[in-house]
Design a binder for this molecule. Structure first.
Ligand SMILES: Nc1ncnc2c1ncn2[C@@H]1O[C@H](COP(=O)(O)OP(=O)(O)O)[C@@H](O)[C@H]1O
Ligand SMILES: [Mg+2]
Length: 420
């Protein structure tokens, strides 16, 4: 039996903490897996930025990409390698480039997900362009912003059609404020969206391949407390609904890794932001949940690299529209959409693979997150984000939360958490 090495690349920007943990846990696992009659080992490298000949072969099997949404050299190199060298990348850079928040609202509203009432309005001002005046004079209709506000009702949110990180997001309470905010919105192309007032729960569902983590989220809390550590904030039916929504979104848009925000009010879960194909993975935001992101990344990337998972060359939306045509009750329809995702992401095969080949991962992870190296990594990330005088306080806070995770995780999985 021959031994092959599969090469995994990390395409990183400011990510500091999870890559160190990912690399170290994999090093300790020292995997040698038998797949399809072959022994497979893994090599992890960080992708560097340099000039390239478009015909220069790429020898990576899989890249975990975290910069495509803003760094074009890496984006184009990855696209080239996907076209020419059969590279598997998460997430699909074409899909990130072309699927804005607006597209995701439209597609999911059409499939029946309860996206709140949403309008798009032309921007207040424009970058100069030779044809701009002629185009606007001929075709731009005058419109009454107040009328849209009256139809939608207040409060509402104004937010960029392609937004992220709360940039340009405003909560608007009145027509006067709507007009003033629009005046100041500059060249942003904006949505107006009905606010889900009085929601009793806000949940982020992170999907990584066929793995899901539901986290209760408090948008009003300071950054380090937004992801909450509470449990049992959804019942089984709700958890299954939120997972099916996330799976539907991710499979529809070809995203392996995405986070879906939903608000609950009066028995309905409203998805409000689910074009987040570079989810926050920092220990400084995720703290207690951080080990989940690291291990979910290890499982999915190793599975994809080991089995030589093929990149879907094209997105295929027709099956979702076919299900829509069947006029099923919503919950059944959503389950049918999600089933497409489970087929595409090979959920069953993935789970078998993890049971068989990654059985040691939980224990190695538990031990790693008790180590000096893990502690140092947390501190390093805190040092990069917090002022010097808060370094000790926050490094200890995040570390303590990870230790709580270790305790809870060990208990749930009947593992040994001692030895820290
Ligand atoms: N329709 C809405 N109802 C209630 N709150 C909202 C709504 N839209 C946005 N928000 C609030 O504004 C925040 C930022 O909006 P979001 O759409 O998530 O933008 P971004 O893509 O920048 O994260 C949300 O996390 C939520 O707290
Ligand atoms: Mg958001």
């Amino acid at each position: 039996m021959t031994t092959e090495t599969r090469k995994i690349g990390l395409s990183l920007g400011a990510d500091l903490c999870w890559p160190i943990c990912y690399e170290e846990i994999l090093r300790q696992l020292d995997l040698e897996i038998e797949v399809d009659g072959q022994r497979v080992r893994f090599d992890v490298q960080r992708i560097t930025i340099e000039p390239y000949n478009i015909r220069q072969p790429c020898d990576y099997d899989l890249i975990i990409d975290r910069v495509t949404h803003w760094y074009h050299t890496s984006r184009e190199w990855i696209k080239k390698a996907m076209l020419m060298d059969g590279l598997y990348t998460y997430n699909n850079p074409w899909s990130i480039q072309s699927m804005e928040k607006q597209t995701t609202y439209c597609a999911m509203a059409h499939l029946g997900l309860p996206v709140p009432e949403t309008w798009m309005v032309p921007p207040k001002s424009y970058e100069h362009h030779d044809d701009l005046d002629t185009t606007l004079q001929q075709y731009a209709q005058m419109f009454d912003l107040g009328q849209i506000g009256r139809e939608m009702g207040y409060p509402m949110f104004m937010k960029p059609y392609d937004g992220g990180a709360w940039k340009g997001v405003s909560r608007i309470e009145s027509e006067e404020q709507l007009r003033a905010t629009y005046e100041e919105s500059g060249t942003y192309l904006m949505h107006l969206q009905q606010s889900i007032e009085g929601f009793d729960r806000f949940v982020r569902c992170i999907g990584l391949g066929p793995q899901f983590l539901l986290v209760s989220y408090d948008p009003a809390a300071p950054l380090h407390d937004r992801y909450q550590m509470t449990r049992d904030f959804v019942n089984d039916d709700e958890a299954s609904l939120l997972r099916d929504m996330t799976m539907t979104i991710n499979a529809f848009f070809g995203w392996d890794f995405n986070s879906c925000e939903s608000l609950h009010r009066d028995g309905v879960w409203y998805p409000i932001d689910f074009a987040n194909a570079c989810p926050d993975s920092q220990v400084t935001s995720l703290h207690y949940h951080f080990p989940w992101i690291v291990t979910a990344n290890i499982r999915w990337s190793i599975f994809c690299a080991a089995t030589r998972r093929r990149m879907k060359r094209n997105l295929n939306w027709q099956p979702y529209y076919d299900i829509l045509d069947r006029d099923l009750p919503f919950r059944e329809r959503l389950a049918a959409y999600a089933a497409i995702g489970h087929r595409e992401m090979e959920t069953e095969r993935f789970e078998e693979f993890c049971d068989r080949h990654l059985a040691d991962l939980d224990q190695v992870t538990l031990e790693f997150f008790a180590s000096d190296q893990a502690r140092e990594t947390v501190r390093k990330k805190v040092a990069a984000l917090f002022p010097e005088h808060e370094l000790d306080e926050f490094a200890n806070l995040f570390w303590d939360r990870i230790q709580s995770w270790r305790h809870d995780f060990a208990e749930q999985h009947a593992l040994q958490a001692d030895g820290s």
